[in-house]
Structure formats: C-alpha cells, structure tokens
Design a protein around this ligand. Structure first.
Ligand code: ATP
Length: 986
C-alpha cells in the first residue's frame, strides 16, 4: 500500500485545488520557510481523523479553512482527499484504490468524512486504518516537534509510540470498550441486584398472604354451596308464607271496606238526625224565650189593668184638679227666675274668660321683650369684654411699649433719670387721623428712633446697649439734625401737580424743639392722594423724593414702588389711634348697657303686676264656674218638677175619660192569645224532637255493633300485616345476602343450588364456616395474583442477574486475555526494538551503545519507557541530558529501530533531520533509502543530503502571495529552489 495522491482544496494555504501525485520510494518536498510544506503533513493528519486543533497548529477547527490573502478572498470549505493504492489489500477494504476524504464547512463548523466518495463516520475511518501503521498516533507522520518531544517527553508519554508499534492499540481500545461494558454490566447487575433484593423482601409476606387467601377462598366456596342452598330454601318458604298472608289480608281488607261503608252510611244518617234535633232545639229555645216574654207581658198588662182600674176609681173620686193647675203656675214663675239667674252668671263667666285671655297674651309679649333685653345685654357684655381685651393689649403696646425693640426699651428705661434722652420719635409727634397710614409708612422703622439732646448722649446710650448686650437702637440727636427739604424748584412745581397734598412734615405737630428732627425725617417726603398721582409726582421730581399716599403706598427714592396691605400693628401711631377708638367705643357700649339694664328692670316690674292681676282673675273665674254649675242644676230640677206636674195633669184627664182602661183591655187580650199560640207551637216541636231521639238511639246501637266488628277485623289486619312485614324483612335479608355476598339473584341461585339438605345441620355448618372465615382476619385476595406476578418477576430478574454475572465473568476473562496478549505483544516488540535500537544507534553514532528500559517492569501494561545511551567516548546518560542535535539523532535512531521491527506503509517526515550536522544528515538519508523498499517516505526538508536521496522532488512556492503551489523539480533545481528562496525568504 502507498499514498498515490493528495487532493487539497481550500485547506490552509492551498486556496486552489491542488493534486499532488506520489509514488513508492522517497518523495521530497522542498521550499522556503512559510510556503506551506508542513500544511501537507497537516492535511494528511487531518484526513486521518486528527481532532486536536493544537496539533493542527490552530486555535479552532475552522482555522484549517483558507483564511484569504491580500489578493484572495477566504474560502468557506476545506476539503482534502488521500488516495491510497490498496492492491495488496493492506487496508481491509475490497478496492484497489481507497479514497479517504474529510470536509469542513466554515458555516456550522461541521465535518464530513467520505470513504470512496461515500459519506461515512470517523469511526469507520479509524477502524479501517487501525493497526495498519497509519493514523495520528502512529509513526506515519513525524514532525520536528515529535522528534524533540520524543526526547523530552515523560517516560509514560513515550510509551504510546511503542504501543502503536507493538500493535496493541487495537487491544487497548477493545479493552477500554470491555471495561466500559464491564462497568455497564456492573451497574445493571447492581440495579437488578437491588430489584431482586426488593422482590425477595416482598415475596415471603406475600406468600403468607396468598396462602391465607387461598384458605379463605376454599372456606368461602364451601360456605357458598351450603349457604346458598339454605338461602334458597328460606326464600322459597318465606315466599309461600307471604303469599298465604297476602290472601288472608285481602279477604280481611274486603270485610273492613264493607264495614267502613256501612258505618259511614249510618253515621251520616245519624248526623242528619242530630242536625235536625239541633235545629229543633234552637227553635224551641227561641219559642220558649218568646213565651217567657209573652207571659211577662200578660202579667204586666194584668198588673197595669189593676192599677188603672184603681187610678180611674181614685180620679173619679178626686176633687183637687185645681191644686195641680195652681202649682203649675207657681212652678212656671220659679223656672223663669232660675233661667234668668243662670243666663246672668253665664254672661259674667264669659266676660271673665275674655279678660283672662287678654292678660295672658300681654304676659307672653312681656316675656318675649324681657328675653330680647337679656340677649341684647349679653351681646353688649361680650362686646365690652372683647373691647376691654383689645384695650388691654393696646395699652400694653402703647403705654408699656411692649412691641418696641429691646434696645429702644432699654434706653427708654433710662430716660426717667436722664432728661437728655428726649423720647421715642413716634411718641413725640401728633397728627390728624386721616394721615395715620401715610405718616406711619413714611417713617417706617424711624418711628422707634430715639431723640436725644446731642450726639454725646446718643453715643453714651449706644455704649450702654453694647455694655449690657441690651440690643440696638437708632438715635436722632437734636443738635446735629439738619432739616431735609424739597428743592426750591420742586417746592414751586409740586403744588401744581395733580394729587399733591404737601410735604409730610406739614401734617405733623410736635414740641417746637424737635422741629428739626421732623424736618430731617419728613421734610422731603411728599404726600399724595393716591398711588397713580404719587408715581407721576415722583417722575416729575426725577424720583428724588419718597412719595407716600394716604392709603400707605410708597414710591421710593429712585422710583421703586412699595405697597399692598400694610401691617397696621407695627405702627405706634396707628396703635395709639386704635386705643383712642377702642376707649371711645367702650364708653358708648357701657352707656348702652346701662340703658338696656334700666329698661329690663321696668319691663320686669310691669310683668310682675300683670302676673298678679292674672292670678286674681283666674281665682274669680274658678269661683264663677262653681256658681254657674249650681245654677244649672237648680234649673234642671225646676224644669223636671214642672214637666212632671204637667204630665200628671194630662194623665188625670185620660183616667177620668176611661180612654186608658179600654186600651189596656185590648192589649191584654192580644197578649194572652199570643202566649197560647206559642205554648202550642212548643208542644208540637217537642213531640217531633222525641221521635228523632228514638231514631238516633237505634242508629247509635247499630253503629256500636258495627264498630266493634271493624275493630276486630282491624286488629286481625294489623297482626297479619306485621307478620307479613317480618317475612318481607327476612326475605329482603336473604335476598341481600344472596346478592351482596354471593352476587346471585334468587332465580339464578334456585336454578343452580337445589341440593336437598337437612336445614338444621346446614345452618349449624354455615355458622361454623363463618367463624372460621372471621378467624382468618384481614384477607388480601389480590395477594394471589400479586404473588404470581412478583414471583414471576423475581424469577425473571434472578435469571437476568445470573446471566449478567456470567457475562461479567466473561468480560473479565476477555480483559485478562487481552492483557496477556498486550503484555506478550508489547514485551516482544519492546525487546526487538531494544535490540534494533542499539544497532541503529551504533550505526548513526559510529559506535557506543543504547538501550530502552521499562520504568516499571512489574507493570508492563502501564510502564513508562526510559532511554539510556552511551555515545562513543562518553559515559552512559539518560536521553534528556544530551544536546539538541544528539537528542534528535537518538530519537531518529529509535524511529528507525521501530520501523525495522514494525514497518509502516507510509511515513511523512517533516524536517526531522533539521538539527543534524551534514555527516549525520547523510547517514539519515542512507537509512531512508534502506527503508524505502518497505515504506513510502514523504520528506519535508531543507537539507541537501536528504534531497539527494529523493526519487521525486516537489518544490512548494507562493507565486501568488499566501497561496501554495507545488511544482515538480529536479535535484539541482530543488537545491537552488530551497537555498535561493531559503536565503531570500518568502
Ligand atoms: N487557514 C489558512 N489560510 C491561509 N493561509 C494559511 C492558513 N493556515 C496557515 N497558512 C499559511 O501557511 C503558511 C505556513 O505553512 P507551513 O508551516 O506549511 O510552512 P513551511 O513551508 O513548512 O515553513 P517552514 O519551512 O518554515 O517550516 C503560512 O504562510 C501561513 O500564513
């Protein structure tokens, strides 16, 4: 097998598609630094499955894609194909030519592998080249770095190359797989072991439960067969007796219905008779009371007749008719007197009542007036209190100077002993009320300035304030105060201006001695009627003066305006004015209060008098009321007497004529007739009632007999109904037991259970079986099925467990076997390499000796490999202690030794001989030639000695910057090619 061709496209510096043909023997690749020679060995390594980005000299896999140059754009795909001649079938693939391709797209960063243009997995490729001597860890690609690493690596790292040579990688890989499999098997075994353990724990109690359930089922079956038979028997018997009972009940019910009907009939007839008797009773009662009335009327009329007869007799015999007439005359006169007196008293009573009403109204009005007066007095008192409070505050402010600055107060406390402190400026001046606001505004804080006799006094006072820390004050010394007046031209101009009222000092009066102070403070302050005029005046005088208005607004010097609502409390002038007003108002209020109090007094006196008169009137009214009542009674008596006597007179006349007597006889006869009729009616009704009573008695007797019969039948019905209910309950009970316990209908049970049993013993057996079943306690019927399931699963799992144990043993055995093979192969190969190493070393170094050693001979599978050499004339040393060139030569010796023992079909050597001197390069080249019959060499080199041994030479160039091209060159050209370019650089 040999590498026939490499096809590169877009791989590193191979931007264009490049096909490089190879042949068996030695092929050299020459060219200057950086022209892309090593990229070829990278390409081979990459296709054979290199995954390490570092090994490919990049930082990520996409770095293998052509990244662009000055003149070329970057590519999006890198693709490299290695074409092997496989006519000797070194590769286990049934083709003469094998193409292995790897692709990488920049987008997605995904790799593709192809085998003879068919997509495949990386594993397919690694499997294909396994143990063929190709591959990233084999000797097929050796770089300068590998050579120096070989010397400097740790012994354990060095081992890899020997393993590859010994062909144990395949076993190692298989061993790793076997170990993984073993681990998985162990995991499965653990898992299944846990399950088996769990199942074992479940199975014993389940078995007990299952056996109990089986016993239960056995007993239950037995019970079922007996009890169902018993139940069928009981049900059929109960049904029969129920049928019998139902027949009896039916006939009894029929009899009961007949009796009920008869009783109903008789009762309604009886009710009818009772109703008639009731009506008759009522009628008789009514007739009896009528009879009583009629009898008493007869008796009354008979008595009257006797009386009338006597009176008539007496009237006929009497002679004093005249007396009655005379009496009547007298009574009439008395009655007239009494009527007059009565009317007279009634008139007086009404008069008194009217007077009483008038007085009472007057009294009410008076009360209202008194109330009003009280309210007015209370209102006045409140106002007075308010004014007094305000007066107190104002007195405190004005007379006690309580709102003066502390400094002013302190200095003024000295003024009593010091006449040179004349006073507070505000207290020394006077003005008419209408100028209060204007002057207060004009002076402002100057109201509290202190007037002193001279400058000295002022300074003494200031010292006093400072020494006593008593505050500050401003002083106006009389001696130094100069008047400040309007300019002459303004004195002439101002009076001509609208609203000009004068200079404020003109409106202030005071003691003559402080005149200068007034002129100083107010002599150049103008007074105007309102703010508009004030503003015009200020403008006309070029805002030279302060102009104040009557309502306290100011146009300041310079023209600024101050105004709004003034704080009147601040000004002592205004406070003084208010104090005066409050005092005046207080006086007025107190006068008014005294007047109101006087008026209240006289109103209260008048009211008292009216109350007195009212009381007297009320007393006379009460007396009169009694008199009127007496007169009224007298009148009634007199009237009664007169009417009686008149009546007596008329009656007497009627007796005499016999008119009354005849009338009475007629009435008496009628009454007797009426009484007799009533007696007759009562008699006939009583006879009728008697016949009803008899009828009723007969019916009652008949009903009594019928009710007794009915009661008998009802008790029989009840008895049978109870018996029937009991039977029904038993029947239900039997049917429920059949349905609930055996899930059977009676029909089904009676068809399937027809055994003839001795009921007595059957019942006993049922009880025994039931006891046995109860004694079992809780039964888990599912346990039978569950036990089946669990024991089946247990068997399955245990089977699996045993299989796994077997499999585990097999794997362990396979691993042991692999270990044996690996130890055997490794140690055999190692010994061979060791032998060859000494030979090659001696040849390359011209003598001496070399040896490879195990670092741990007891553990051949993991031991590191150390190298001890003794070049001619030197002592034995470890490889790490030699020079760079020596290290390289030792490594190359080892490389050739390995190649001897384990030839590889192809080997790429990338500047491995760079560090050797010329003589050693020639020896190296000779070795190459020696091995080239069994191994195809592709050598990247700068060394002439190596080039000389090459069968074919390629020169790598970058005619286009950054893009590698390969051209076939002859030896002389190659040397020049390499030298020229090498020295000239890229
Ligand atoms: N992805 C890439 N795209 C374009 N150019 C690349 C890419 N990767 C590497 N190269 C270029 O490849 C060149 C290096 O190539 P290589 O290492 O093969 O040179 P060489 O001929 O072996 O040099 P030396 O003789 O010094 O070892 C550099 O010029 C580098 O810029």
């Amino acid at each position: 097998m040999y590498l026939k061709r490499i096809e590169l496209h877009g791989f590193k510096s191979f931007a264009d598609k490049v096909n490089v043909e190879f042949q068996p023997g030695i092929t050299g690749i020459v060219g200057p630094n950086g022209c892309g020679k090593s990229n070829i060995s990278d390409a081979v390594r990459w296709v054979l499955g290199e995954q390490s980005v570092k090994s490919l000299r990049g930082s990520n896999m996409a770095d293998v894609i052509f990244a662009g140059s000055e003149d070329r754009r970057a590519q999006n795909l890198a693709e490299v194909t290695l074409v092997f001649d496989n006519s000797d079938r070194t590769l286990n693939y049934d083709y003469n030519e094998v193409e292995i391709t790897r692709r990488l797209y920049r987008q997605g960063n995904e790799a593709e592998y192809l085998l003879n243009r068919q997509q495949c997995r990386l594993k397919d490729i690694t499997d294909l080249i396994l143990d063929t001597g190709l591959g990233r860890d084999s000797l097929s690609i050796i770089s300068q770095g590998n050579i120096s690493n070989f010397a400097d690596n740790r012994p354990e790292e060095r081992r890899v190359i020997f393993e590859e040579a010994a062909g144990v990688s395949k076993y190692k890989k298989r061993k790793i797989e076997a170990i993984r499999k073993l681990e998985r098997t162990k995991e499965n075994l653990d898992r299944i072991g846990d399950i088996v353990y769990e199942l074992e724990k479940q199975i014993t109690p389940l078995k007990k439960q299952k056996e109990k359930a089986e016993t239960y089922l056995e007993l239950k079956e037995k019970l079922t067969s007996i009890e169902v038979n018993v139940l069928v028997h009981e049900i059929s018997e109960t049904n029969a007796s129920l049928e019998e009972l139902s027949k009896i009940l039916k006939s009894l019910n029929e009899k009961q219905a007949a009796l009920d009907a008869e009783i109903l009939l008789k009762e309604s007839a009886n009710d009818e008779i009772k109703k008639k008797m009731f009506v008759l009773d009522n009628e008789i009662n009514a007739l009896q009371s009528q009879l009583l009335e009629a009898m008493s009327e007869v008796s009354r009329l008979e008595t009257s007749k006797v009386e009338v007869d006597q009176k008539r007799k007496h009237a006929l015999e009497s002679k004093d008719n005249k007396d009655i007439a005379h009496k009547l005359e007298n009574l009439k006169a008395i009655l007239a007197d009494v009527v007059e007196e009565y009317n007279n008293r009634v008139g007086r009573l009404e008069e008194t009542e009217k007077e009483l009403n008038d007085l009472s109204n007057k009294q009410k009005k008076m009360t209202l007036m008194i109330q009003e007066k009280h309210q007015s007095i209370s209102h006045l008192t409140q106002e007075i209190t308010k004014d007094k409070n305000r007066q107190e505050i104002l007195i405190d402010l004005v007379e006690n100077k309580s709102n003066y600055h502390s400094g002013v107060k302190a200095v003024m406390s000295l003024s009593n002993q010091n006449p040179d402190i004349i006073g507070v400026f505000g207290d020394l001046i006077k003005n008419d009320q209408e100028y209060d606001l204007a002057i207060s505004t004009a002076l402002g804080s100057a109201l509290q300035f202190i007037v002193t006799k001279d400058d000295l006094q002022a300074r003494l006072a200031i010292k006093f304030l400072r020494d006593n820390k008593a505050g500050r004050a401003t002083f106006l010394p009389l001696e130094t105060m100069e008047p400040r007046l309007l300019r002459e031209e303004h004195e002439i101009l101002c009076p001509t201006l609208d609203g000009y009222l004068g200079v404020v000092s003109d409106f202030v009066s005071s003691d003559k001695k402080i005149e200068n102070v007034i002129l100083n403070q107010l002599g150049n302050v103008i007074l105007a009627d309102n703010i508009d005029h004030a503003s015009e005046i200020s403008k006309a005088t070029y805002a030279r003066y302060k102009v104040v208005t009557l309502d306290g607004n100011i146009v300041n010097v310079g023209g600024s305006l101050t105004g709004g609502s003034a704080n009147k409390q601040q000004s002592s002038i205004i406070q003084k004015r208010e104090l005066e007003k409050v005092k005046e108002h207080l006086k007025e209020l107190e006068n008014k209060l005294a007047k109101e109090k006087n008026e209240l007094n006289s109103l209260e006196n008048e009211s008292k008098e009216i109350s007195h008169t009212l009381l007297q009137k009320q007393m006379s009214y009460a007396k009169l009321e009694v008199v009127v009542q007496n007169k009224k009674e007298e009148l009634i008596v007199a009237k009664g007497e007169y009417e009686d006597l008149s009546h007596q007179n008329v009656e007497l006349e009627d007796f005499k004529s016999g008119k009354i007597n005849n009338q009475l006889v007629i009435e008496l006869n009628e009454a007797i007739q009426h009484r007799d009729q009533l007696t007759e009616q009562i008699k006939s009704k009583r006879e009728m009632r008697m016949s009803y009573v008899n009828e009723n008695e007969q019916l009652e007797n008949a009903l009594k007999t019928l009710r007794k019969d009915l009661k008998d039948i009802q008790s029989q019905v009840n008895e049978k109904a109870i018996a029937s209910t009991k039977q029904e309950a038993s029947l239900n009970n039997y049917l429920n037991r059949l349905s609930n316990e055996y899930a059977m209908t009676y029909e089904y049970a009676s068809e399937n259970y027809q055994e003839e049993l001795d009921m007595e013993s059957a019942r006993y057996e049922v009880a025994v079986l039931r006891n046995e079943i109860n004694a079992l306690g809780h039964v888990n019927l599912d346990s039978i099925e569950e036990y089946e399931k669990v024991s089946k699963r247990y068997e399955d799992m245990n089977g699996q467990r045993l299989d796994l144990i077997q499999a585990q043993d097999k794997i362990i055995q396979a691993i042991d076997e692999m270990d044996d093979i690996m130890v055997e192969k490794f140690s055999t190969t190692f010994d061979k390499i060791n032998y060859q190493f000494n030979l090659v070393f001696r040849e390359l170094f011209g003598g001496g000796r070399a040896e490879i050693k195990y670092t741990d001979p007891n553990n051949i599978l993991e031991t590191g490999i150390d190298i001890d050499v003794q070049p001619p004339g030197k002592s034995v040393s470890n490889i790490t202690l030699f020079s760079g060139g020596e290290k390289a030569l030792i490594a190359i010796s080892c490389l050739f030794a390995i190649l001897k023992v384990r030839p590889v079909p192809m080997c790429i050597l990338d500047e491995v001989e760079a560090a050797l001197d010329m003589a050693n390069v020639e020896r190296f080249a000779k070795f190459l030639r020696e091995f080239s019959s069994q191994t195809q060499f592709i050598v990247v080199t700068h060394r002439e000695g190596t080039m000389e041994e090459c069968d074919l030479l390629y020169g790598a160039t970058m005619q286009q910057k950054g893009v590698t091209k390969l051209v076939s060159v002859k030896l002389e050209e190659a040397v020049d090619f390499s030298n020229d370019q090498h020295q000239g650089g890229v």
